[in-house]
Design a binder for this molecule. Structure first.
Ligand code: GUN
Ligand code: FE
Length: 469
């Protein structure tokens, strides 16, 4: 079984299907009423494939393939702080927890330990593609890109730009220094992947221009980064309208602009390659501007609840035509899991509904899984390339096993014949009578990384849970 989003509110269930993947990791056939033997007997001769030129993927009974998750916003450099936020809110959280941790990763041995764990952890939760913020430091940022590349995780990696309202121990000395350091990092990341010189969208790891957020960037820096984005055609990521004091601060720092979104627009940073994290409190006019420019939103529900930033009206943004994906925003968010972000997106949408909205504000299982895959793909500039099972897309996928309750109700592993399986792996408790949409709902609300048995990026196996799957 292959499950993927067909539309925002519709999952498609491809039973008895074989997916064929070539050696470059591209899906070359999606064949219904087919298994591996049949594919090899009929499809291979018809399409002229050699036996070992193409792999055939089929799920076992009870398991299903799902597109890899796309985390459209997270800070690799904040990973050691997950869960540690006390009762802080954004601006004091940055000064208390965040800047000291990020600055400390200029120590490359420490950075290597932290980044290796983030990549392994997110892969184990099915994140095949991540839009990362690293730090201000160039070598530490480049190291993150190197590690994504060697672990096989698809990624956008950005050196964080900040030249004002930041501590002396952690900031760019000037706009010019900031741009020069950014260019150094871009050159390093571009050189990683030979494919990228032909076609940047082919690259596994791509650079992303990363002004931290308007308050920590001078107008000159924002403008210079906007110019750099126009010259290079690279993607951009930043934060917008996360909490009220931040918005007031932007109004005070940039009085010549009408709104937060207008600051980015005026400096060339509001483009169709821009990822805006949070967007919790946009005005109607700002949301219209974001939609008009084709900028994308990374919805980070765990973070917005943890830091009491607010409840983002995602349905309202979607209705305006704003493309949205999900972000964990570690460590504003406490979880490395996009599945957790999906679950929290469901709950936050209910708070929007209860807080003056209506039933129309609620997001369901289908919608949040769309945001986690197809929506995320569009947010990071990979629409049509990842996020679904279609010919021409790349094999970025996760194999999910939910475990099945045994006839006697005992909790034992469904697969694995005791090899590292065990009680842990039947956690979702499917009884067998549930429909597939019901099983998917059970996965969204009670599943976790124990259900993520294998993970592939561009056809390469990048994670496998202990045991036989
Ligand atoms: N705004 C500016 N920097 C950050 C950050 O690191 N995390 C979050 N959540 N918001 C920010
Ligand atoms: Fe963030």
């Amino acid at each position: 079984l292959f499950v993927h989003s067909k539309a925002l509110d519709e999952l498609e269930y491809l039973h008895n299907t074989a997916v064929c993947v070539d050696k470059s990791g591209t899906i070359v056939a999606v064949e219904s009423e087919c298994d591996e033997a049949r594919a090899r007997e009929t499809l291979f001769p018809r399409l002229g494939w050699e036996p070992n030129e193409v792999d055939v993927v089929c799920a076992r009974e009870g398991q299903f393939f799902f597109p890899g998750f796309i985390d459209t916003h997270l800070h690799a450099s904040q990973y050691p702080n997950v869960g540690i936020f006390g009762n802080s809110t954004l601006l004091d959280w940055l000064n208390t927890y965040t800047f000291p941790m990020e600055a400390s990763l200029a120590n490359l041995a420490k950075a290597r330990r932290v980044y290796t764990r983030v990549i392994r952890k997110t892969l184990s939760h099915g994140t095949t593609c991540a839009a990362y913020y690293a730090t201000v430091d160039v070598p530490s940022t480049n190291l993150l890109a190197d590690l994504c590349f060697s672990h096989g995780q698809r990624a956008l990696v950005g050196r964080v730009c900040m030249d004002q309202l930041s501590p002396d121990y952690y900031r760019d000395a000037s706009p010019r220094d900031s741009v020069a350091a950014t260019e150094q990092s871009i050159a390093h990341i571009r050189a990683l992947d030979p494919d990228s010189h032909m076609d940047m969208s082919r690259a596994l790891v791509r650079p992303v221009i990363t002004p931290r957020f308007a308050p920590s960037c001078s107008a000159e820096l924002l403008r210079s980064l906007g110019d750099l984005a126009a010259e290079t055609n690279l993607p951009i990521q930043t934060h917008i309208s996360e909490n009220k004091p931040e918005i007031e601060l932007v109004a005070k720092l940039f009085p010549e602009h009408e709104s937060y979104a207008a600051v980015y627009d005026a400096t060339g940073l509001l483009t169709d390659r821009t990822i805006l994290a949070h967007a919790v409190h946009l005005t109607e006019k700002e949301a219209d501007l974001v939609a008009q420019r084709g900028a994308k939103v990374s919805h980070c529900p765990c973070s917005n609840s943890a830091l009491t930033s607010g409840a983002c009206p995602v349905r309202w943004l979607l209705a305006k035509g704003v493309v949205c994906g999900l972000g964990t925003d570690m460590s504003g968010g406490y979880s490395p899991s996009v599945l957790e972000a999906a679950r929290q997106a469901v709950l936050v949408s209910r708070h929007v509904a209860m807080g003056g909205g209506g039933d129309g504000d609620k997001l369901g299982v289908e919608e949040v899984l769309y945001l986690a895959t197809r929506g995320g793909a569009e947010v990071v500039g990979l629409r049509g390339k990842v996020g679904g099972f279609e010919v021409g897309m790349e094999w970025d996928a996760q194999l999910i096993g939910l475990g099945m309750v045994a006839d006697d109700g005992e909790d034992r592993a469904q697969q694995g014949e005791g090899q590292g399986g065990g009680e842990d792996d039947g956690d979702v408790d499917v009884f067998g009578w549930e429909s597939w949409p019901e099983r998917i709902a059970k996965w969204v609300f009670n599943g976790d990384d124990r259900n993520t048995k294998k993970v592939w990026v561009r056809g390469r196996l990048v994670h496998q849970r202990k045991g036989e799957w």
